[in-house]
Design a protein around this ligand. Structure first.
Ligand code: HEC
Ligand code: HEC
Length: 341
């Protein structure tokens, strides 16, 4: 018995010592081999302490005025951090928003945020969700008291070096956590990394079609995350009640333009598009999306020329959908680094 206790103490101590001296890996957080290191603002470097605090705050419902809504209420890990299957989300008091909540996977690499690009950093973006009346509608005095409480005190000091509580620091922690949600382990990624058997025949046909000059899908959905981070109109409506990028720039040529969304984990984030629908109704499946592109969209003055009738065969439609389904990385849904313990 004594021997067992002694051994455990030694093992435990070795464990502690290792943890203390273990340096951070060169690239922190770890990223897939086809991705650059995660970018972060110079005033908000990524540290393990801040990631841990940011994760707690991402799941913290008491940040909202009624104590009911956390970031994770609308960005749910089991749906790749989107709010599927909801077309729009409910915030505090059941208030309905107007747009579809996007996935947060690989959001660290986006150069503009929101469907209309009105935020350029994750810190500003988080602050806007935090304060928005139809999202969290935060009561900043109550939140400051919570963040000063013993529950958060030690983590706060570990993250920021002192006890000064500001809402911006809280958003810096949440943004830091978001930056670590980096994933590229779908079957498509395995195929790209050299495992030729990772994709089936029809998925490969879909991939070739997707990147072909005929469909032009890859003209806008390109790069490791299948987005050019630009704004385009794809002819979803004759008239856009949600004017998209126009709301930011006030330029007529931006009327009805929205950010190209990433297609990573797209099979898990239905319904689709900025408002979850089109002239024809809800965009509830990838089949609906392919049908939209096959018909070349609805006439609209700002519609991008690359969206034009495709005359796809039934097999080609199936292939495109099959390819997009192969972009699912199911490890995102269960990775304990990102899901609530
Ligand atoms: C009530 C639901 C709701 C809550 C709560 C919420 N979000 Fe969102 N989030 C959305 C919706 C809807 C959008 C898209 C809005 C738009 O584009 O105008 C969005 C967009 C985003 C984006 C932009 C992603 C991109 O690719 O452009 C990020 C990042 C984000 N939210 C993070 C957060 C964080 C962090 C919190 C907590 C502080 C949070 N959200 C709370 C619904 C929500
Ligand atoms: C001209 C650029 C462009 C081209 C070409 C294009 N897309 Fe898109 N795609 C977009 C934009 C922009 C949106 C969002 C539109 C909106 O919400 O108003 C979008 C949305 C989507 C969505 C919905 C994703 C989500 O999370 O809501 C899917 C799926 C998709 N496109 C697949 C395709 C496929 C498949 C093709 C080829 C047949 C294609 N796209 C061609 C720009 C493009």
């Amino acid at each position: 018995m004594i021997r067992w206790v002694l051994t455990s103490i030694i093992v435990l101590c070795v464990g502690c010592a290792e943890q203390q001296i273990q340096p951070l890996p060169d690239v922190y957080p770890p990223v897939p081999s086809n991705y650059p290191p995660v970018p972060a603002p110079s005033d908000n470097p990524i540290t393990p302490a801040k990631v841990a605090l940011g994760k707690e705050l991402f799941y913290e419902r008491r940040l909202s005025s009624e104590g009911t809504i956390a970031c994770a209420s609308c960005h749910r890990p089991e749906h790749a951090f989107s709010d599927a299957p909801n077309q729009v989300s409910r915030g505090v008091g059941g208030a309905l928003g107007q747009r579809n909540a996007p996935t947060l996977v690989n959001v660290a690499y986006r150069t503009s945020l929101f469907w209309d690009g009105r935020a350029s950093t994750l810190e500003d973006q988080a602050f806007s969700a935090f304060m928005h009346s139809t999202e969290m509608d935060a009561d900043t005095l109550a939140v400051a008291a919570l963040l000063r409480s013993p529950q958060y005190r030690a983590q706060w000091i570990a993250s920021f070096g002192d006890t000064t509580v500001t809402m911006y620091r809280a958003m810096q922690a949440i943004a830091t956590f978001e930056r670590t949600i980096v994933s590229a382990n779908s079957r498509y990624d395995k195929f790209v990394r050299g495992d030729r058997s990772a994709l089936t025949q029809i998925e490969r046909e879909g991939m070739d079609l997707f990147f072909s000059a005929r469909t032009m899908c890859g003209a806008c959905h390109n790069g490791p995350d299948f987005t050019n981070d630009q704004f385009q109109n794809i002819g979803l409506f004759h008239h856009y009640f949600d004017r998209g990028r126009f709301n930011v720039t006030r330029e007529p040529r931006d009327e009805g333009l929205f950010k190209t969304p990433t297609l990573r984990n797209v099979a898990l984030t239905a319904p689709y598009m900025a408002t979850g629908d089109s002239q024809k109704g809800l965009m509830s499946t990838l089949e609906d999306v392919v049908e939209h592109y096959d018909l070349g969209g609805t006439a609209f003055p700002n519609k991008d020329k690359r969206v034009a009738p495709l005359n796809l065969s039934d097999r080609e439609k199936l292939a495109l959908v099959a390819f997009m389904r192969a972009l699912t990385d199911s490890s995102v849904l269960t990775n304990p680094a990102w899901t609530q313990r």
